[in-house]
Structure formats: C-alpha cells, structure tokens
Write a protein that binds this ligand. Structure first.
Ligand code: KG4
Ligand code: ZN
Length: 357
C-alpha cells in the first residue's frame, strides 16, 4: 500500500477518529483539531466482568470484536460526519491486554487502509495525560498551556509522574513499584464486598465516613523519591477490616465501611499529593499540571489537586468527567497532535502490552 501522508499541518480543521480497546471499554470518538470532542462513544463491559471481580481477558477481547464496528459507526453518526470526511485514524496500541488491543489495532488498520487515510499509533497512558487539554463541542475552548508541565497519570494500571516539555515529549520521573492506585481502590472495594470496579463505590461511601477514623499509613518510600507504593496500604485495610492474622492477635472490631473508605481515600490521595509536591519542588519551571486516568474522577483527589494548584499558582488541567475513564477522544486528540509533528505510522504497527512513557 502507498502510505498516505499526514494532512497539511497548518490546516486548522482536521477530524481524527480515535479508537480505544486497551482493556474493557470499547470506545471511539471524533475530535476536531486535536482539542474539540465532536463525539465520544464508550461501551463499558463492567457487567460482563463483575462476577469475576476483575477483567477476564478472553471475555474482554470477544466483547470488543462484537462491539467495535457499531461503536465506530455511532461515533461517526454522533459527530455528524461520514468516514470519508476523516483526516486520520488514531488507535491506542499500548499498553493493555494484548487480545483487547489487537481488536482496536486491526479495526484501525482496516479503516485507514480502506479510506486511504493516515494511521497513527498512540500510547494510552500518554493519551490520559493529554485528556485535560480537550473540551466538548459547544464548551469554551481551552488555551494551550505553558510548557514544561508536570503530568500525573492515575489509573487502574498506572500511577506515574512525568515532566512534559510539550505534548509529545514525556519523561517519566517516578511511578508505582507495586499496585496502581486504581487497583488499590478496586482491591479495597473487594475486601468490603463492594461491586467491581470499586473506585466509584469507595469514593461514594467515603463521602459519609470519617477520614481519621481508621489509622492507615501514608506511603512515603524514601525521603526524596518520586515512586509510589500502594500494597502496604491495601494490606493495612485488610487487617483493619478482617483483623491481623495469628493466634495471639486481638480480635478485630470491624469499623463501618464508610469510615474504612474515607480513611483509605485520605491516605491514598495524601500519598499522591506528597509526591506531586516533591516533583513540583524539583521542577519549579513547571507551571502547568496535567492529570489523567480513571482515578482523576475521584472527588477527594480532584478537590486536593484544585487546592494544590491554587496554593502553588499552577494551571491545573483536569479532564471533564467523561474523559477521565478510558475513551477514544484522548486517543484522537493526542493522535492529531503527534501527526502534526511526525509522519504517520504504517500497517506494521503492533499491539504492545507495555507503555512507552
Ligand atoms: O483509566 P481507567 O479507565 O483504566 C485504566 O487505564 O486502568 O481507570 C480505571 C480505574 C479503576 O481502577 C477504577 O476503580 C478507578 O479508575 N476509578 C476510580 C473512580 N472512578 C474510577 N477510583 C477512585 N475514585 C473514582 N471516582
Ligand atoms: Zn486508562
């Protein structure tokens, strides 16, 4: 196949289709100019995985196969554009479950080839960092922020801090050495018998609990590192709820679930804010804070990030709620930005389980 070239980079009105199937959401979106979300269609598979309390890879990839074509069609319909009007096709090709990624990558290649349009592969974690720069059609456009920026990715699979010199140049400063923060939320929910995925349920219950009711550790790891650890906090919650194992351990009195949730949430969010403060102290030239990933939907994290930004005079870019969780819009948005800087990919792009950032 002759490789199409990117659309003229100076053409301001470009429509990019974004496809996202890295885990258990089948998603597609149309984005104009890398920023304006024209449509954002997300089919969640929560109901298929709930009884297993986690994503079952084989079930996820089968569901993606069934849903991908109708979801792409709906994204085009809701944006009011035909496939021929697209300027490019972007796809999340890493990181994620390999069987899930393959469905989106195959669909994107087929579409790009059939339409003769440029194809661009996008890293999912990188796209989460970009999501705060986007807005919905009809809402006020967001200006380009000042660079460099500090980036925070908080999701079910990743918890990392970055320095971004511009939207495409990302340097990892630190990350979790064990569980991701979203994974810790999901495991705490499982300990309490709450449905999967647990993050939103823990967040909701925490609103009526006391954050200081259950003493739980805030992970620091070392005096000046930027890595995270959430496995100790998760075990502390397990012991607070079920008691410390061993014949001589005192019998535990189980605290109210709302108090457990509020106390866990206080400790988890405090660990994130602590490392962000350290990162900002080390990178004083960064006046912009980009955050993204499913846990960005968390009420306490949003509130604490907002007050951190106001006390440090930072330009905080919180994504709209529907762009916090996995979505195709962030893939299309970052794909457009990357296409303005580099040549499109060809049909040899591969699905890859690990992140590149
Ligand atoms: O970004 P995402 O949709 O998928 C990954 O890339 O992993 O993030 C999903 C994670 C899940 O662990 C889910 O429990 C968590 O985000 N999450 C939340 C909230 N909403 C979703 N965690 C805490 N509070 C929330 N409100
Ligand atoms: Zn994600």
């Amino acid at each position: 196949m002759t490789q199409p070239t990117a659309a003229n980079p100076s053409d301001p009105a470009r429509l990019v289709l974004g496809i996202e199937t890295s885990c258990d959401e089948t998603a597609a979106a149309v984005v104009r100019d890398g920023r304006e979300v024209r449509s954002n269609v997300i089919a969640s598979q929560n109901e298929l995985h709930a009884e297993f309390r986690g994503v079952v890879p084989e079930i996820a990839s089968r569901a993606h196969c069934e849903r991908i074509a109708p979801i792409v069609r709906r994204a085009l319909d809701e944006a009011g554009v035909g496939a021929d009007a697209l300027d490019a096709v972007a796809v999340g090709n890493r990181p994620g479950l390999i069987g899930s990624l393959l469905v989106g990558v195959a669909a994107a290649k087929a579409l790009a080839w059939r339409l003769g349009k440029p194809l661009i592969a996008v890293d999912h974690v990188h796209a989460h960092l970009y999501s705060g720069l986007m807005h919905h059609a009809g809402q006020p456009a967001r200006d380009e922020p000042a660079w460099p920026a500090i980036g925070l990715a908080v999701s079910g699979g990743h918890t990392s801090i970055y320095r971004l010199d511009d939207p495409s140049r990302v340097h990892r400063l630190g990350g979790t050495i064990d569980d991701a923060i979203g994974e810790a939320y999901d495991k705490v929910a499982a300990i309490l018998g709450l449905p999967f995925p647990g993050g939103p349920h823990v967040d909701r219950l925490a609103a009526t609990g006391r954050p200081d009711a259950v003493p739980l550790p805030v992970s620091r790891l070392d005096r000046d590192g930027l890595d995270f650890s959430f496995s100790g906090l998760k075990t502390a919650v397990l012991y607070a709820v079920q008691g410390v194992p061993g014949p001589r351990a005192p019998k535990a009195v189980r605290p109210p679930d709302a108090d457990v949730c509020a106390s866990f949430q206080r400790a988890a969010v405090a660990a994130v804010i602590l490392k962000l403060r350290r990162a900002l102290d080390r990178q004083p030239e960064c006046r912009t804070l980009l955050v993204g990933g499913g846990v960005t939907a968390n009420s306490r994290l949003r509130a604490e990030l907002t007050s951190l930004a106001s006390s440090h005079g930072l330009d905080l870019r919180l994504p709209p709620m529907d762009l916090c969780l996995d979505n195709g819009a962030m893939i299309a948005g970052l794909g457009d930005r990357l296409l303005r800087q580099r040549a499109p990919d060809d049909l040899s792009i591969a699905a890859t389980p690990t992140t590149a950032v």
